[in-house]
Ligand binder design. Structure first.
Ligand code: NCD
Length: 332
């Protein structure tokens, strides 16, 4: 069965300046505040590089495989753009695995063991919880989890947290409200876990059937984080520093009549925004399908497209940190 391959273990021993060299990125549980600061520092350096010259040759000659069994716009394109701006290249299996041997019945382990013959790392999005871990058990090369079903989406959580820090200047002391599909939203799961490393207050706003899973709620409470649950955004809008809004994850519902009951539950409107703090931000992992009115897009507090841009810098930072021993960024 699955076992640790020598290549990956050796890489771990050799790790020097980058704490992520040769490592898988499977879950936010791998991160400490110190490691987050490291990635954020590299991401700031990457932003400088992109703004000044557009690209660098740090990963020249390196190849990344992007293997997506579920749809994606931002995650796949930002990994591809990140690799291009670092001077490397990509094997893009992002337009639907139906065009790969997966449609002939090839298993995930075999697909992974094939791609790693060509690539230095593999980014994987897959509908099953735990799939990234399974891939990592078979692979000699690093696996980066780009979403495993309703499980985790660690790279999204990194860019979400980076956005909060860049926009509001800090994370400690903030009141963060998560709104929408807290049951199936993997970005909510990963971001909630990361926020538990900080001194924050969390509110969870959802219809009854989309509440945060009990085990995650217990984990949050065990960390001593003050939590509140409500069905109504109006209960949190005045005090929130961050309103993190999510789409109801239609594809996860076994019974679509249940989806119909909750799909239009929330909409963040200009009226609601009038009651929010002057210095707060509205975030969304996107795509949005009605939860945020287009009428607030010009509100300076609408941070979701800045959040998208940060995804590029964070993924450049992660790829650099995983694929090169030393990351020569001035901010570090
Ligand atoms: C999210 C995802 O795939 O989990 N999208 C993303 O990666 N930015 C959120 C979603 O699909 O609702």
């Amino acid at each position: 069965m699955a076992r640790e391959r020598p290549g990956k273990a050796d890489n771990r021993r050799e790790a020097s300046a980058s704490p992520f060299y040769g490592q898988d990125i499977l879950s936010v549980s791998q991160f400490t505040r110190e490691k987050l600061e490291y990635i954020f520092g590299v991401a700031e350096g990457m932003r400088e590089i992109v703004r000044r010259t557009g690209s660098t040759d740090l990963l020249r000659g390196k190849v990344l495989a992007c293997l997506f069994y579920e749809p994606s716009t931002r995650t796949s394109s930002s990994f591809i753009a990140a690799m291009a701006r670092l001077g490397g290249s990509v094997i893009p299996i992002t337009q639907g695995v139906q065009f790969s041997s997966v449609s002939k019945g090839e298993s995930l382990p075999d697909t992974i063991r094939t791609l790693e013959c060509y690539a230095d790392a593999i980014v994987l999005r897959h509908p099953e919880v735990g799939s990234a871990k399974i891939a990592a058990d078979y692979a000699r090369k690093p696996i980066i989890n780009a979403g495993d079903g309703v499980g985790e989406h660690p790279t999204q959580a990194l860019l979400d947290l980076f956005t909060i820090k860049e926009e509001l200047g800090r994370i400690d002391g903030l009141k963060v409200a998560m709104v929408g599909d807290l049951k199936y939203g993997r970005t909510v799961h990963s971001l909630t876990k990361l926020l538990c490393l900080y001194d924050v207050e969390l509110s969870f706003v959802s219809p009854e059937i989309l509440r945060l899973p009990m085990d995650l709620m217990n984990e949050v409470k065990a960390r001593g984080i003050p939590v509140r649950e409500t069905y109504d955004v109006a209960d949190v809008i005045e005090e929130a520093d961050v309103l993190y809004v999510t789409r109801v994850q239609k594809e996860r519902f076994a019974d679509l009549s249940q989806y119909d009951q909750v799909k239009d539950y929330y909409e963040i409107t200009p009226e609601l925004m009038r009651r929010a703090k002057e210095r707060m931000i509205v975030m969304h992992p996107l795509p949005r399908v009605g939860e945020i009115s287009y009428a607030i897009d010009d509100d300076p507090r609408a941070a979701y497209f800045r959040q998208v841009e940060n995804g590029l810098y964070i993924r450049m930072a992660l790829l650099a940190a995983v694929l090169s021993k030393e990351v020569p960024i001035p901010n570090l």
